[in-house]
Design a protein. Sequence first.
Lengths: 113, 116
Amino acid sequence: LAKTTQPISMDSYEGQEVNITCSHNNIATNDYITWYQQFPSQGPRFIIQGYKTKVTNEVASLFIPADRKSSTLSLPRVSLSDTAVYYCLVGDPYTGTASKLTFGTGTRLQVTL
Amino acid sequence: NAGVTQTPKFQVLKTGQSMTLQCAQDMNHEYMSWYRQDPGMGLRLIHYSVGAGITDQGEVPNGYNVSRSTTEDFPLRLLSAAPSQTSVYFCASSSPDGQGVNYGYTFGSGTRLTVV
């Protein structure tokens, strides 16, 4: 399973765009990149998943460069309710590795007024 | 649609006691997993299952047993509780889509366990 590195914490003001970058230098050909969000006292929640280029949904965008050695989660116009820990995971969703997600320590995002 | 249901939400055990953490999902998901999360840490995989009758060990399996007799249920048993097992335990489930891609796990709300 590819190891990921992401910042421990980030701060933002409400209304700003937040970009959280994750490094995964040894990502394998079949690996996808998945991001989860975790609020205090809750289980993680799936946000977005992608393989290459750009993926967008109603919550966030995921940017993946051509070499796929990093990815950036973009949260548009954050609000106080976006304060959470964000996890970047890398794995092959087609095989058994999808059954054993490996979470790092994540990025703790603090949004203030 | 209840999703992933974990019981109990809170539990205090004495050292040496045993107990079972329950996890049930109503989404007909094939994959189910148990994680523990210690304060300020990420989640660590304890055991996982890719289908009924199939289980395997994760990163930190010692002191825990699991079984998967049905698709819906995946109980986690603590054999002899130790203070080091004080943690929040999360159960999760997922299933591949028609093309075999697994798009993400649904997590339960967790069980907060304290061993004294």
